[in-house]
Ligand binder design. Structure first.
Ligand code: ARG
Length: 403
């Protein structure tokens, strides 16, 4: 009996061809696994297509809620944005799919797993490293990294082997989608001087077509997790879908960015992430209210480190887990509501409240009821400025080095 392999299967051309190619090249019986992170379409149809391509079994899994709860919302709490621009949708999806591959491999008694990534991107790294972290004994195969076929040759290969493939027209971009965002690259986007054509975007309206009347959304968080919009409790999936629609309608969440890939290439990446953009802004605003300046300062450092780990395929590292523990602790008091105004491509926080707010009107006010003791300021400033005055006295002349 042949060894088994579990292939992450999207239902597209690459992975459909891969089912047959793996059998031919490596002799494995191929089991497919399709995970719905908010992108998959009809899972039943995809499973059928997998079997038509030659899979001995086709598994599907709706993991949308798990993806948001265990990956996207944790990144939200961490404030993880790669290079100040990318909310990491694709990067957060990969470790979950890798874990599902490993689980399926164990259930099936498979000795290998496979994915459809090429050899130039970050995703191959994320899959390979994540599988290695969870099941170092499993072999990982990436057909598209090995076979060197062009798109046309893949289509020929499919025709020769009677593999039904969904699309035959070449697509203008390479895209990846899940509930946290949409990643768009290649084609005309490879010219960084060219403005992305409107057709690159699917979730967000161009500003010229957005309503003139702003829309307000009120998001309620509990311990850093978004739970309700406009007073209505929503499941994670419903909440994110709702915000995607509301924000996309106002053109919020378009990102155009030159990004540093892990493999050393700079690439031009376009993203659409309406819900993520709104939630990150709202969450940050709430934290600004309930965390001290020391917590906020250190958390920024953690956010950058966390984003880098996620981007670099190190989700299942002890370092990420340790940072997670810190992040989780910081969320204890991140409870409250934030009001965000959506208008003309912008999501602007215009109001926030929390039972744990460190903002105290009696301290901040210039009006009546001021509790801040201004007579204590001169003494405080005298000590605070002591080292600066000492330095000014002693090193007064700012001399140049002696020749
Ligand atoms: N550059 C992004 C990342 O590395 C997105 C990759 C998206 N993949 C795609 N096939 N378009 O996370």
């Amino acid at each position: 009996m042949a060894d088994k392999l579990v292939l992450a299967y999207s239902g597209g051309l690459d992975t459909s061809v891969a089912v047959r190619w793996i059998k031919e090249r490596y002799g494995y019986d191929v089991v497919t696994l399709t995970a719905d992170l908010g992108n998959a379409g009809d899972l039943g149809v995809i499973a059928q297509r997998a079997r038509a391509a030659g899979a001995i079994a086709a598994h599907v899994a709706d993991v949308r809620e798990e993806f948001l709860r265990d990956f996207a919302f944790r990144a939200l709490q961490a404030g993880a944005i790669y290079q100040g621009a990318y909310p990491l949708a694709t990067a957060l999806g990969r470790p979950l799919i890798a874990r599902l591959l490993v689980e399926a491999a164990h259930a099936e008694g498979a000795t290998a797993v496979a994915h459809g990534c090429t050899g130039k991107g970050n995703d191959q790294v994320r899959f390979d490293v994540s599988v290695g972290a969870l099941a170092p004994h499993l072999k990982v195969i990436a057909p598209a990294r090995e076979w060197g076929m062009t798109r046309e040759e893949e289509i020929d290969y499919a025709a020769r082997h009677g593999i039904p493939v969904p699309v035959t027209k070449s697509k203008p971009f390479s895209t990846d989608e899940n509930l946290w965002g949409r990643s768009i690259e290649s084609g005309v986007l490879e010219d960084p001087w060219q403005e992305p054509p409107e057709e690159a975007y699917q979730w967000t309206k161009p500003v010229a077509q957005t309503p003139d009347k702003p829309r307000y959304v009120e998001i309620r968080f509990e311990q850093g997790t978004p739970l309700a919009v406009d007073g209505e409790d929503l499941s994670p999936v419903a909440l994110v879908q709702h915000l995607d629609e509301a924000a996309g309608e106002h053109g919020v969440g378009r990102i155009d960015h030159i990004e540093d890939r892990l493999v050393g290439i700079k690439s031009r990446e376009i993203y659409e992430a309406p819900a993520a953009t709104v939630l990150m802004a709202a969450h940050r605003a709430l934290e600004a209210m309930v965390l001290t300046k020391d917590q906020l300062r250190f958390k920024e450092v953690v956010a950058r480190e966390y984003a880098q780990l996620v981007y670099d395929g190190l989700w299942f590292s002890r370092q990420r887990e340790d940072l997670q523990a810190y992040v989780e602790s910081t969320q204890r008091f991140v409870t409250g509501a934030v009001r965000v105004k959506l208008s003309k491509g912008q999501a602007t926080v215009v109001g926030r409240q929390s039972p744990y707010s460190l903002y105290q009107t009696a301290l901040a006010t210039y009006g009546k009821g001021d509790l801040f003791d201004q007579s204590a300021s001169p003494g405080f400033i005298h000590i605070w400025g002591l080292s600066t005055r000492t330095q000014a006295r002693v090193q007064e002349k700012n001399p140049r080095p002696q020749k």
